[in-house]
Design a protein. Structure first.
Length: 133
């Protein structure tokens, strides 16, 4: 998609620090400098986020997330990962091309890898009745 930064990274038009690549996906270093080892996994095809991503592309992204996560834990000295995704601006998505963040973790690494929630405002059963499928 024209003017999409991650499409340009996926096609090689804009350089990145490439961790892994296959036909449908790319894993590369996030430039945020917020936490060591921050990696993004994207489909090369443009989807805005989880809500419009086609099943084949989503499966390919999931397979690459697993491959990179196993590499981090088996070969790079990490012990686990946090996986993060924001879909839509209301959820904090800033780049409108689907991506999964991988944050490599070690015990006692001091990283707070989980969002800080303020506490539920609605009764769990009220929400359950709204969201059950
Ligand atoms: P979001 O807020 O959409 O979940 O995450 C977008 C991520 O993309 C951010 O962590 C940001 O640092 C990263 N990012 C934005 N522009 C670029 C770029 O040009 N190159 C790389 N490698 N990462 C980027
Ligand atoms: Zn794109």
């Amino acid at each position: 998609m024209k003017d999409c930064i991650f499409c340009k990274i996926g096609s090689g038009e804009i350089p990145c620090l490439k961790v892994f690549e296959d036909e449908m996906t790319l894993a590369f270093m996030d430039i945020a400098k917020d936490v060591d080892g921050h990696i993004l996994v994207i489909p090369k095809a443009h989807y805005k986020n989880i809500l419009d991503c086609e099943p084949d592309a989503l499966s390919a992204v999931a397979a690459t997330v697993k491959k990179v996560s196993l590499h981090l834990t088996e070969n790079c000295g990490y012990e686990g990962v946090n996986l993060l995704n924001a879909s839509e601006e209301c959820a904090g998505q800033s780049v409108p091309h689907f991506h999964i963040h991988i944050i490599p973790r070690k015990s006692k690494d001091g990283i707070d890898g989980w969002p800080h929630f303020d506490g539920a405002k609605e009764d769990i059963r009220t929400v359950f009745e709204k969201v059950r499928m």
